[in-house]
Design a protein around this ligand. Structure first.
Ligand code: NAD
Length: 470
């Protein structure tokens, strides 16, 4: 690809202080040369966002929402181009990439439709107390490599409609769709309202500590999230942290084994398992454990593991070499402790391809069960008793998502109520919706993204408490 990628600073598309390579994970070949910002560019981007913010906030909400809708329309008009680039840089099959781009359009439209009205807290005896919500100022958006486009829109939509401006920084291995979005936004947004900088994991700390940034909206690993929170503390920034997870699927004993295995398999393997709320461990009643495992093996055997551009591919590559090696390390360790019954070895070709891997007979203290694998590998564990499995599912520092599968909806819902996670789905998975708040508990996050709760995270309360002149 010979597209000249540029960052967006103060309304201008700019080259980097230097460049770094972006690799196609399906081929390991150079995909593009990416501009890299230096510290001076960070300062220019933040200054531009600071300068643009008062005028942006002074516009009416309807006016800002109309601009966000224009961004959505422009993105929708170029879905094919964005999806192809997303597959090339991220690796996901083209149909899943197309879904992510449409989801991004939907997210922008959902936020453009939301409104926050001032709330009258008291109106009596000449005393009127009204809570207004005002923008925070400049938001830094820091995003990971698994869903580079929609995770940015989850932040950009609410930040802009509420009157904030933004400096966005994508992950170094998937910066290109964000840069293409910057090109699109350049002709729609006033200068400085959105700025985009690229780095090689080195500029995040400059943003999170910057005194002129009011909030950090971060999605990424728990390890980095703790650094973001510590760094933001120095200036008492607002933070929303959408972090890692180790979501359990609990299969109840009244399901059809084949149907449940199909759903659990899909929940574990979509996007090659690189989803914060992917099913990362499956707990199955001992009576159906063998049958369930056999069904998962059958499904893994049907997978088409290939370049995401090839029609029919169901599993693309792992996104980057570091993650590829981490996942292979977890599989090697699991081979010593349990039984690998499907997959287990990378494909013998260029690209970071790991076929869907199913591991049984592990104990809960195995690293593959305890840690977030973030790849196409599923440990399957047997259980005997419902209270026992709830305790095992909850024995984690993570608390992002989870699923319960059962024909008796009330019973399955009762189990879901006992799972310590921000979201628990019953008989479905990944039902993420821009109108429904999404948040992690425990070390999976802080604050909400999406929904009205997510919108409020981009505002602060401003109470005006007035009485009649006496
Ligand atoms: P990561 O934490 O390595 O990187 C995320 C972003 O942080 C990147 O842009 C990176 O450049 C930046 N960064 C790195 N060091 C930084 C620092 N010291 N200060 C500020 N920013 C810094 O995460 P990743 O490997 O890109 O993404 C995978 C992780 O993201 C997984 O743990 C996954 O579960 C999580 N995730 C969570 C959600 C959610 O909504 N909860 C969604 C998607 C992914």
């Amino acid at each position: 690809m010979d597209h000249p990628y540029r960052m967006l600073i103060d309304g201008e598309l700019v080259a980097g202080a230097s460049t770094f390579p972006v690799v196609n994970p399906a081929t390991e070949e150079l995909l593009a040369s990416c501009p890299k910002a230096d510290g001076a560019m960070v300062e220019r981007a933040v200054a531009a966002a600071v300068a643009a913010q008062p005028a942006w906030a002074a516009r009416s909400w309807d006016d800002r929402a109309a601009v966000v809708l224009a961004l959505a329309d422009a993105l929708e008009a170029r879905v094919g181009e964005f999806a192809a680039l997303l597959t090339a840089e991220q690796g996901k099959p083209l149909d899943q990439a197309t879904y992510e781009v449409f989801g991004s359009v939907f997210t922008l439209r959902a936020f453009a439709a939301m409104r926050i009205k001032p709330e009258t807290l008291r109106e009596e005896g000449g005393n009127r107390v009204i809570e207004h919500r005002t923008p925070l100022g400049v938001v830094a958006a820091i995003t990971p490599w698994n869903f580079p486009l929609i995770l940015l829109m989850n932040k950009l939509g609410p930040a802009l409609v509420t009157g904030n401006t933004m400096v966005a920084k994508p992950a170094p291995t998937t910066p290109l769709t964000t840069l293409l979005f910057g090109e699109l936004a350049q002709s729609i947004l006033p200068a400085g309202v959105l700025n985009i900088l690229c780095d090689q994991n080195d500029l995040g700390p400059l943003l999170t500590a910057h005194p002129d940034i009011a909030k950090v909206a971060f999605t990424g690993s728990t390890a980095t999230g703790t650094k973001v929170m510590a760094s933001a503390a120095g200036t008492v920034k607002r933070v929303t942290l959408e972090l890692g997870g180790n979501d359990a699927a609990i299969v109840l004993d009244d399901v059809d084994v084949a149907a449940a295995a199909q759903k659990v398999y899909q929940g574990a393997m979509a996007n090659a398992g690189q989803i914060c709320v992917a099913i990362k461990r499956a707990y199955v009643p001992r009576a159906v454990y063998d049958d369930f495992c056999a069904e998962l093996v059958r499904l893994a055997g049907e997978a088409v593991v290939d370049d995401g551009t090839r029609q029919g591919t169901t599993i693309g590559p792992v996104q980057n070499r570091m993650q590829f090696e981490k996942v292979l390390g977890l599989i090697d360790d699991a081979r010593e402790r349990g039984t690998v019954i499907a997959g287990g070895k990378p494909l013998d070709r260029p690209g970071y391809f790991i076929p869907p891997t199913i591991v049984r007979d592990l104990t809960d203290d195995a690293p593959l069960v305890r840690e977030e694998q973030f790849g196409p590998v599923l440990p399957v564990l047997a259980y005997d008793d419902i209270d026992e499995v709830i305790a095992r599912a909850n024995a984690s520092n993570y608390g992002l998502g989870g699923t319960v599968w059962g024909k008796d909806l009330q019973r399955a819902t009762d189990v879901a109520m006992k799972i310590d996670s921000g979201t628990v789905w019953v008989n479905q998975h990944l039902a993420i919706d821009a109108n429904i708040p999404f948040r992690g508990v425990k070390q999976s996050g802080l604050g909400a993204e999406l929904g009205e709760a997510g919108l409020l995270e981009y505002t602060q309360a401003h109470i005006v408490n007035a009485v009649e002149w006496a």
